[in-house]
Design a binder for this molecule. Structure first.
Ligand code: GDP
Ligand code: MG
Length: 709
């Protein structure tokens, strides 16, 4: 029998509680009554302005996650969105919000929109079980749609697409599908198709939904309008064929045009979605409250529950890999994915992968050797702060009492330390000198800087001990600008920022060596002198870009047969480390080189640990000087989308910024240009691009590597 995803005529859509979970009986039982098969941990991602915020608001409203909305809304007309947006803003900035849809718990995990925050998107991707990608029905796939798509693919996240803004003139569902195919290589399969008259056709139920009430909360179904029936029949056939490709037992019935049970088709679509073989597509208009409830049905019926995700991979202390099965019995493995200050206190969002987390438990921070205690455990709904007795594998929650755990850390059983793959932290490559705008706000300023850095691992705040200059570093101009706006809004503090400065690194230009003797007399007092003497032979050679620094400190020791004490060996290592802290040109950290300490000669009592440290460090410095230094600057991967008629100018401008173009692709009157460009040359580029393209061009960038300009 067909299960319409909405309630009968004129009833609120949330009414229905019937839901199938044939999996329920098979799923491993979570302890103490937790039903994981009814949980969906999802993220909503989009290119900026596609309508992510608007859609999220609607979802939170329909799922009852945002009770406040209804109240704010009372007595206002349905065109009056502004006050709501203000009210929503608060909930949406919370990292996770939970709502209920037809007996399912939907956790919406916030994924930030701008590419300057790629790391945030990545770290939240890690803990998602599924995602909804929002697209603008006029613009189709945009650069950031591609970025989040790639990330979702990298983490194997099944996804649905919502083609939004179908109310706008020029919107085209078919063109959106075409751009999904062409630009993302996706296999889009429409499930709910938006009509021009505002209805949304459910291809499986074969009905057209109408949305009424102040916020579209009343959903009714009607027959598909006669004029649309033919087109919808084609979509439906397409859908059935896609299902038959996944479940070949459907093939015959589909080809013969025999009826196929909805549930069977859904199950095939679900399989295809989980296997990343197809992407179910929904359409509508979040702003006009159209098509969101059917999308929620899609989330519960087509996206996986936590138990259906492949096991995570962890590394043990002995370096061996371990598969972490999603089960409540087993040593704890949980991932901290966001630190947030709530009511001034530090809270850590976690996703549990294995075992259970309870208040009072000691946890080890995998790979960091630190151990600390969880004081309290809360439900994810940060606004309500409901304390819970435990979290089990598959769940997401909020912990209080942790002082050290930070984004990307694994919380593990102290007896079984593991490290879940760490989320890569991106380099904060742009720095601004900062100070409080009003003097006398020193203390508050330092406090606020500490707080924002604590929450966002892509920010660094440093103070030069010599000059006293304070620098805040981040991922890009927009990133820092948003941070300053937030500081002003939330803490009432105005920050004065200097000119942007690009961070640098240094490396060596070729091979180098040095045979260095340190031979010095230090006068300790009138009568006493100490003699320090040692010789070190060092070779350095350059490594490929992003090669890091490798050091080899296992020298041949002379005279023959001499054995170094532990203190002497440590001193050699420390000496090498001293020398690679800063390069010969700007004193910036060194990278992309290999350092080999080849030979060390000792001179009896004069070769103290201090002497060895000095010799090693000086020898490395001299070898680096011999090789010749080279300054490396941040090189960004850029993606610029421009109307074809402005392409020439934009390319010329990019060339004048020393960009190297690596690819170019044209699609529906717009060209996407891919390339690499030094960050320095991109400062202020957004403004320039706008004026070159009369506001139509778009640009995103991402750190690639430090390289010689
Ligand atoms: P985000 O940047 O992805 O979070 O996008 P927002 O939700 O902030 O929306 C960006 C703009 O598009 C806002 O002005 C919205 O009012 C508008 N918008 C969002 N959804 C729709 C829609 O379905 N139709 C139309 N016409 N505008 C929309
Ligand atoms: Mg937004």
């Amino acid at each position: 029998m067909l299960r319409s995803p909405v309630a009968k005529k004129a009833e609120p859509a949330k009414g229905e509680s019937k839901n199938d979970n044939k999996k329920a009986s098979k799923a491993p039982a979570a302890p103490r009554g937790v039903r994981l098969d009814n949980v969906r941990n999802i993220g909503i991602a989009a290119h900026i302005d596609a309508g992510k915020t608007t859609l999220t608001e609607r979802i939170l409203f329909y799922t009852g996650a945002n009770h406040k909305v209804g109240e704010v809304h009372e007595g206002t007309t349905h065109t009056d969105y502004l006050p709501e947006e203000r009210a929503h803003g608060i909930t949406i900035t919370s990292a996770v919000t939970r709502g209920t849809w037809k007996a399912h718990d939907i956790n919406v995990i916030d994924t930030p929109g701008h590419v300057d925050f790629t790391i945030e998107v990545e770290r939240s991707m890690r803990v998602l079980d599924g995602a909804v990608i929002v697209m603008d029905g006029v613009r189709g796939v945009e650069p950031q749609t591609e970025t989040v798509w790639r990330q979702a693919s990298r983490f194997g996240i099944p996804r649905l697409v919502f083609v939004n803004k179908m109310d706008r003139p020029g919107a085209s569902f078919d063109r959106a599908l075409e751009s999904l195919r062409r630009r993302l290589g996706a296999n889009p399969v429409p499930v709910c198709v938006p009509l021009e008259d505002g209805g949304v056709v459910d291809l499986l139920a074969n009905v057209c939904y109408r949305f009424s009430g102040d916020r579209g909360e009343t959903v009714t179904s009607e027959p598909i309008p006669a004029l649309e029936q033919e087109a919808m029949a084609r979509y439906r056939e397409n859908l059935l064929l896609a299902a038959a490709e996944i479940d070949t037992s459907l093939e015959e019935a589909v080809i013969m045009g025999e009826p196929v049970a909805d549930d069977v088709v859904f199950e095939a679509l679900r399989k295809g979605t989980l296997a990343l073989k197809l992407v179910p597509v929904f359409g509508g208009s979040a702003l006009r409250n159209r098509g969101v409830q059917p999308l929620l049905d899609g989330v519960t019926r087509l996206l996986p529950n936590p138990l259906e995700r492949p096991p995570a991979i962890a590394r043990r202390v002995d370096g061996e890999e371990e598969l972490v099965e999603m089960t409540a019995d087993g040593p704890l493995a949980a991932l901290a994915f966001k630190v947030q200050l709530l009511e001034g206190r530090r809270h850590v969002f976690v996703r549990v992968y294995r075992g259970v987390l309870e208040p009072g438990m000691a946890v080890k921070l995998g790979g960091r050797g630190k151990e600390e205690r969880v004081a309290r455990v809360f439900d994810v709904d940060a606004d309500q702060k409901k304390r819970v007795e435990m979290l089990c594998a598959g769940q997401i929650g909020l912990l209080a009492g942790l002082r050290w755990a930070t984004t990307g850390d694994t919380l593990a059983d102290p007896e079984h330390e593991v490290l879940l793959e760490r989320i890569d932290s991106k380099e904060p490559v742009l720095g601004l000198a900062v100070e409080p705008e009003t003097s006398g706000e020193e203390e508050k300023f330092l406090d606020v800087m500490g707080k924002v850095c604590e929450e966002d691992p892509t920010l660094r705040f440093t103070e030069d001990p010599d000059t006293g200059q304070r620098v805040l570093r981040g991922m890009g101009e927009l990133h820092l600008q948003i941070v300053f706006e937030r500081i002003e809004r939330e803490f009432g503090l105005k920050v004065h920022a200097g000119k942007p400065r690009v961070m640098t690194r240094e490396t060596i230009a070729g091979n180098g060596d040095s045979n260095t003797v340190v031979d010095r007399l230090f006068k300790i007092s009138e009568e006493k002198e100490i003699h320090l003497k040692a010789r070190a032979l060092v070779k350095v050679r350059p490594l490929d870009r992003n090669g890091g620094v490798t050091t080899e400190v296992t020298p041949k020791i002379l005279p023959e047969g001499t054995l170094l004490t532990v203190a002497q060996q440590d001193a050699l290592k420390a000496g090498v480390q001293d020398a690679i802290m800063g390069g010969p040109i700007e004193g910036a950290p060194l990278q992309d080189l290999a350092v080999r300490l080849i030979e060390v000669e000792t001179f009896l009592d004069a070769s103290t640990p201090q002497a060895l440290r000095m010799a090693a460090s000086q020898a490395v410095r001299e070898a680096i000087a011999d090789a010749g230094g080279l300054v490396l600057r941040p090189l960004m991967r850029v993606e610029v989308v421009v109307p074809d008629e402005n392409l020439g100018q934009v390319l010329g401008d990019l060339q004048s910024r020393q960009a190297s173009i690596t690819g170019q692709e044209s699609d529906m009157g717009m060209t996407t240009v891919l390339g690499e460009c030094p960050l320095q040359a991109l400062l202020g580029y957004t403004t320039e691009l706008r004026s070159l393209t009369r506001g139509r061009g778009q640009f995103t960038m991402e750190f690639a590597r430090f390289d010689a300009a």
